[in-house]
Design a protein around this ligand. Structure first.
Ligand SMILES: [Mg+2]
Length: 174
């Protein structure tokens, strides 16, 4: 059974910066600003190889949508990845009273669980909350690691180490 890794972009692959981030980056040569999105310059091109080395199937779980494959994946050395679709917020059943129990849930939580379909998964995000954890615990039967990344500095080696340690005990799959 294959393992999945759902990947957020903002605050994970693109850190929001701040005092520590700036201190680190001040001495690096500034990459040329991207004409379309200057935030891309904050993405570390080495992250792609680090993520691939985890041995999981990577899936974009970000409001970037397909744009992540167009502008970010090549920069990170990642192949085009499946994209978790953002639900249409105007669809009628979003007003279903049952959804009141999902207050505080991120838009991607339910699609992640559906996409995983019981397979073990890691979710890397800077905004995972209590409601997301409860939803996954109640609706996903397999192993799941909901790992929160510090958005100021983005994905780091300590995050990757925690993921490696956790998934080591998961079924490796066929
Ligand atoms: Mg984010």
């Amino acid at each position: 059974m294959s393992r999945l890794l759902f990947l957020d972009v903002d605050g994970v692959l693109i850190p929001f910066g701040g005092p520590s981030g700036h201190r680190h980056r001040t001495f690096l040569p500034a990459p040329p600003p991207d004409a379309d999105n200057p935030l891309l310059a904050r993405a570390d091109p080495a992250q792609g190889a680090r993520l691939l080395a985890l041995g999981c199937e990577l899936v974009w779980a970000t409001t970037w949508g397909e744009e992540a494959n167009v502008s970010l994946a090549p920069r990170l050395g990642l192949p085009p990845l499946p994209v978790l679709d953002e639900p249409d917020r105007d669809e009628p059943d979003r007003d279903d009273p049952d959804r009141g129990a999902q207050a505080g849930l991120q838009w991607k939580t339910e699609p992640i669980v559906l996409h995983a379909a019981g397979r073990p998964f890691v979710w890397l995000d800077d905004e995972i909350g209590v409601a997301d954890r409860r939803w996954v615990a109640a609706h996903h039967p397999g192993p799941a690691l909901l790992h929160v990344v510090d958005p100021v500095r983005g994905l780091g080696e300590d995050d990757l180490g925690a993921i490696r340690a956790e998934i080591r005990g998961w079924p490796a799959g066929p």
